[in-house]
Write a new protein. Structure first.
Length: 460
């Protein structure tokens, strides 16, 4: 391609150069121009064909000679006819076949046959002050137009997916050098893992047959003189059930749980993709037993008939051709109108928030529990100490009045668990047990009520 683009200016330059040489030698350049509209012509068998030729010269001439030659499969150039001025001399063999009316150099082939396929050469010579000649080649092909293609399907009956193969064969009654192109839903099919094509593309094999292969198939038959498309065929492919779902126009749906109001009719419909259509049945699941309630894709139960607060209904879809079955279940809850109203506004965001809050609280509780677990151990240890050490601390009863907490507190420390020694100090802040320093020193605060306790109480 790039080479052509490069070659063109080069040959033009070469032609220019040759022209200039002619000008120098003869004083003429392109005095005779011979042109053909196309170097390749596709003809139809049995039809006439015109090989158009145009020529032009700008010098005065006395004689114009036109010569047609043919080179068929034998690769031997055969002269067809020749004319000088208006006089045409045909080869005896071809005089009824070819016509030329000079000065028009075009050649008419009266009835085209396969044997006429090959290379045609026209040569024009003009004679005046100088003799100039020019020639051109035209390649002619002969074909029979295609008739409308017909597709044959093997097997003619339906095919179960993953079990059978489909072979489509495209045939044309008439037509030479036919090219076949397969199409699915109007788009060309290329050979792939699922589609294989015969050498001349007339046969398409679908292996394996899957649900995705369902579609409108057609075949385009064409050659250089014609193109026709077949009717569309839809091979029967049995598949499914796929994508079984249960839905209801009533009730509030959260996942697989449907909440119906009391008194509202429980209605469900079941659907799944399959060919041929599934047979549906509805099953009720009790604790231990299952039983078919109804056949068909619709289920209706009066909510009063529900014996329990929650019930599971299952839909079963069965494809008799593929022998496959699928089943899915829904849970039905009968709620009061208020409950269902709540359900209506229970958005997924609220559910997520609820779960998050629950998790956070759980984590907090876990942390707190872990934190105060050691405190229990200390308390146990402290409880085993002599009564006397504890007396004052235990004499404090409730906390009805903040003034009850008034007093002097003794701060008792246990530096190590083996020998419990005490360090007493006076403090007036806080009450309770310090846990943070458990690994270092353990403190206990013992409250001492001062003498003026009652006076202070009277003051307020
Ligand atoms: C004929 O035409 C060519 C160019 O096409 C030109 O070079 C030449 O001079 C012309 N000759 C005459 C006699 O007009
Ligand atoms: C062709 O016609 C020209 C004049 O138009 C004439 O001079 C010439 O002789 C003719 N050639 C033949 C072969 O008849
Ligand atoms: C030659 O004849 C054909 C048909 O007979 C016509 O189409 C064409 O225009 C003619 N060419 C010239 C140069 O007159
Ligand atoms: C389908 O084609 C595969 C491979 O071409 C072959 O092995 C298999 O036997 C074929 N099955 C049928 C049912 O024709
Ligand atoms: C197909 O070809 C046969 C002869 O081979 C011919 O009789 C018939 O008319 C053709 N049909 C069409 C539609 O061209
Ligand atoms: C081709 O076959 C594979 C399974 O072998 C399947 O998953 C895929 O959908 C098929 N593609 C088409 C276009 O049928
Ligand atoms: C196949 O063709 C039928 C009618 O001929 C049309 O109803 C259907 O939608 C087409 N299917 C596809 C996948 O184009
Ligand atoms: C279900 O079966 C278990 C034992 O398999 C039995 O104990 C229980 O009572 C049964 N429940 C009902 C509702 O039948």
């Amino acid at each position: 391609m790039g080479q052509d683009a490069y070659m063109e200016p080069l040959s033009a330059t070469f032609y220019d150069l040759r022209c200039k040489i002619y000008v120098l030698l003869l004083g003429v350049c392109s005095a005779l121009k011979l042109t053909v509209p196309s170097h390749t012509i596709h003809g139809i068998e049995g039809q006439p064909l015109q090989l158009l030729v145009g020529y032009h010269f700008n010098i005065t001439v006395s004689d114009i000679q036109i010569k047609w030659m043919f080179e068929g499969s034998s690769m031997q150039a055969i002269p067809l006819l020749m004319s000088v001025n208006q006089t045409v001399v045909s080869d005896l063999e071809y005089q009824h076949k070819f016509t030329c009316t000079p000065p028009n150099a075009s050649l008419l082939i009266k009835s085209l046959h396969f044997s006429d396929e090959g290379r045609y050469t026209v040569e024009i010579k003009i004679a005046g002050n100088e003799r100039i000649s020019a020639r051109q080649n035209i390649h002619v092909t002969v074909d029979v137009p295609v008739t409308k293609p017909v597709i044959y399907t093997e097997p003619s009956a339906g095919v179960v997916e993953y079990k059978g193969n489909i072979t489509l064969k495209c045939t044309v009654r008439n037509g030479t050098r036919v090219i076949f192109q397969w199409m699915k839903n109007g788009n060309p099919i290329e050979a792939s893992t699922n589609y294989s094509l015969s050498a001349n593309h007339d046969t398409l094999s679908i292996v394996p047959v899957v649900k995705e292969a369902v579609g409108n198939y057609s075949c385009l038959a064409s050659n250089s003189v014609s193109a026709l498309q077949s009717d569309v065929i839809m091979p029967t492919i049995y598949y499914g059930p796929y994508g079984l779902t249960v839905n209801s126009e009533k009730g509030q749906k959260i996942g697989k749980v449907f909440t119906f109001d009391k008194g509202e009719a429980i209605q469900f419909y079941c659907s799944a993709d399959s060919n041929p259509p599934n047979t549906y049945s509805w099953i009720q699941k009790s604790e231990n037993s299952t039983h078919v309630i109804t056949h068909g894709r619709y289920l209706e139960v009066a909510s009063e008939k529900m014996t329990r607060k929650a019930e599971e209904y299952r839909c079963s879809a069965y494809n008799s051709m593929t022998g496959k079955r699928d089943e899915t279940g829904v849970f039905v809850i009968i709620g009061s109108a208020k409950m269902s109203q709540k359900g209506k506004y229970l958005s997924p965001l609220a559910i997520i928030t609820g779960i998050s809050v629950f998790l956070i609280i759980s984590m907090c509780l876990l942390i707190l529990w872990k934190k105060f677990q050691p405190c229990k151990a200390i308390q146990r240890k402290l409880q085993s100490r002599p009564e006397t050490d504890y007396r004052k601390a235990q004499s404090i009863s409730g906390h009805e009045n903040a003034l009850d907490d008034f007093g002097i507190y003794e701060f008792v420390a246990f530096p190590d668990p083996t020998g419990i020694s005490r360090v007493s100090s006076q403090s007036d802040s806080g009450s309770g047990i310090q846990c943070q320093d458990f690994h270092g020193t353990v403190y206990e605060i013992i409250r001492k009520i001062p003498v003026q306790h009652h006076d202070q109480q009277h003051c307020t």
